[in-house]
Design a protein around this ligand. Structure first.
Ligand SMILES: Cc1ncc(COP(=O)(O)O)c(C=O)c1O
Length: 562
């Protein structure tokens, strides 16, 4: 018989072995954000069980149980707006219809403009199309000749106005024309780009890629290579391109095994970085300073009015400082992903703006003067792809089109122009200008008693809604009819170029206020004491459960039910 003390001893040994692992696991759990976005696996599981259902023509207008007169006003407004779309955007819509069934990208974006329950009905009635024929100043013109103020910012690329980029591309192409599209070798113009980008980033080596996604991939790969550690840390909600390892949640069919998603601006995350031994790098997207831990806001997820945003520069600088400290202490590579915000917040990018130095920085979007690019700058010790003492142990990265002469040409124009006085002028008082503009618009919206406000990180804006509603996503269509071009995420993100004058901006404000008035008059923001964000979310959850498990209620339908 084995003496009980042996069991105790074995238990104590097992505990001693398991305790650190359990503690580390607990620490990791504590450092996750409470939301689904903070729990990638759970989010993917949840997404896989959300059933499709849609509202019929009756339910569409009273998903919030609004009374008959309100539903009738909404229907009238909707049909009136749909008629405006049909008449005004006919040619653009027809051209889009010609290709939409063959272009998967278009099918995706057109489907995810509004919450899915409303999507089909909206698509059937609002035909706007995706084609544009020209751009000029701060406007774009569609195939029907309608001019819109551009608030898409071309995904953030457009920082100085489209004419600026047309010139960068034209002049850049001229300068590299003799070499043309020769790849592998470098055009001599590249030397200027290398020098300037290293000066701007304050780092020692550089590599050129074809997209922001690739630059991020390479940064993480190098961090793993040099630290010998497996995991990357990203923060909840942050976008870093569509490479699998940086997109562990919904949207990626395979869950990456070596990514930790932690809560941003939270000391529990610092604790994880201080104690774990498997973290190679921390990826930061400073755009998240506008809405920490929340995914890029899009109108397709605008189920209620819970969207919020607020930028606190001092608090975010302090957070980055803490990250810098723990990364230095633990030999973790700190990567600033400035693909979006680089050059937008200041000439020296987010490092300069927040006063914190990173080990690696990625740039993209604007930096190639309007052509596709990704750039990685880093400290020499992290950028090397080989080891002097172990020649077969390399970190491979290539790319057919990297350092393309035309891209390098447009980039050199971009970098030269941002050193000029007119561009320096745009950066002077940049935040003051955009904060005052946001404030002025909010004051107008408030005095007009409209339940809409804007929040901003410099020239990057988002629209928030002050009153519980299921229909905020309709605002994007009123804005379009008022002459404002938004990207497919709708009112979630408005991106201004810095060449907006006060007069341009005043026109945009007029359009926003009149669009909001029209939307209010059409009854979409009907309020009731029983309509709260919580009751809306609960109602939608109930519908989902009903669609999945029970027989359909009369006014909803789903393919399963038909
Ligand atoms: C912060 C950030 N990183 C990476 C990317 C990916 O860049 P690209 O679309 O050029 O691959 C983006 C794109 O929006 C981004 O905003």
């Amino acid at each position: 018989m084995i003496h009980p003390i042996v069991y105790y001893a074995a238990g104590a040994c097992a505990l001693a072995v398991l305790y650190p692992a359990l503690r580390a696991r607990l620490q990791l759990s504590r450092a996750k954000h409470r939301s689904l976005a903070g729990h990638s696996r759970m989010a993917r599981r949840f997404a896989s069980v959300v059933p499709y259902y849609e509202y019929d023509a009756e339910r569409f207008f009273r998903a919030d149980a609004a009374p008959d007169d309100v539903a009738a006003a909404r229907r009238d407004g909707f049909m009136r707006l749909a008629a405006v779309f049909t008449e005004r955007f006919r040619e653009t819509a027809d051209l889009t219809d010609d290709i939409v069934d063959a272009v998967s990208d278009l099918q995706f974006t057109s489907r995810y403009r509004v919450p899915f329950q409303f999507s089909r009905f909206v698509r059937e009635h609002f035909k706007a199309g995706v084609f544009l024929q020209s751009s000029s100043g701060v406007t774009v013109t569609d195939m029907d000749g309608n001019r819109f103020y551009d608030l898409t910012g071309s995904y953030g690329v457009n920082l100085f106005g489209y004419d600026f980029y047309k010139e960068c591309i034209a002049r850049g192409s001229e300068r590299v024309r003799d070499l043309g599209p020769v790849l592998g070798a470098y055009h001599p113009i590249t030397t200027y780009n290398v020098r300037r980008l290293l000066e701007i980033s304050g780092l020692e080596e550089i590599s050129f890629h074809m997209s922001g996604t690739e630059a991020v991939m390479q940064a993480v790969r190098l961090a793993r290579y040099h630290t010998g550690r497996s995991h990357l840390v990203r923060f909840c909600g942050a976008y870093h391109g569509w490479w699998g390892d940086v997109q562990p949640g919904v949207g990626n069919p395979i869950a990456p095994g070596e990514t930790y998603t932690l809560q941003e601006m939270d000391d529990a995350a610092i604790k994880v970085l201080r104690t774990r031994r498997d973290v190679a790098c921390v990826l930061v997207n400073p755009l998240q300073a506008l809405h920490p831990n929340i995914s890029a806001p899009g109108d397709s997820t605008l189920v209620d009015s819970g969207r919020s945003a607020h930028f606190d520069r001092a608090a975010y600088s302090t957070w980055l400082g803490k990250l810098r400290e723990v990364c230095s202490e633990r030999g973790i590579v700190l990567i600033f992903d400035e693909v979006f915000v680089g050059f937008r917040l200041s000439l020296g990018g987010a490092q300069e703006y927040f006063g914190v130095k990173a080990d690696m920085v990625t740039y993209g979007k604007s930096v190639a003067g309007g052509l596709p690019v990704g750039v990685l700058c880093g400290r020499r010790q992290f950028m090397r792809r080989f080891r002097d003492d172990r020649p077969a142990d390399i970190c491979f990265a290539r790319g057919t089109f990297n350092s393309h002469p035309y891209v390098m040409g447009a980039m050199s124009e971009f970098l030269k122009r941002i050193d000029s006085e007119p561009v320096h002028g745009l950066y002077r008082d940049l935040d003051t200008v955009w904060n005052l503009r946001a404030q002025a618009l909010n004051e107008r919206l408030q005095s007009a008693q409209l339940p809409v406000r804007v929040a901003n990180l410099s020239s990057i804006w988002t629209i928030c809604y002050q009153q519980p509603s299921r229909y905020n996503w309709m605002f994007q269509y009123y804005l379009r009819a008022a002459g404002l071009a938004l990207s497919w995420v709708g009112t979630g993100r408005l991106i201004f170029s810095l060449n907006y004058t006060d007069a341009d901006f005043s026109d945009v404000c007029d359009a926003m206020v009149s669009a909001a008035h029209a939307m209010q008059e059409d009854g979409w923001w009907w309020a009731s004491p029983r309509l709260t964000n919580k009751s809306i979310r609960r109602g939608v959850l109930k519908e989902m459960l009903q669609a999945r498990w029970l027989s359909p209620i009369g006014s909803m339908s789903s393919p399963r039910m038909r």
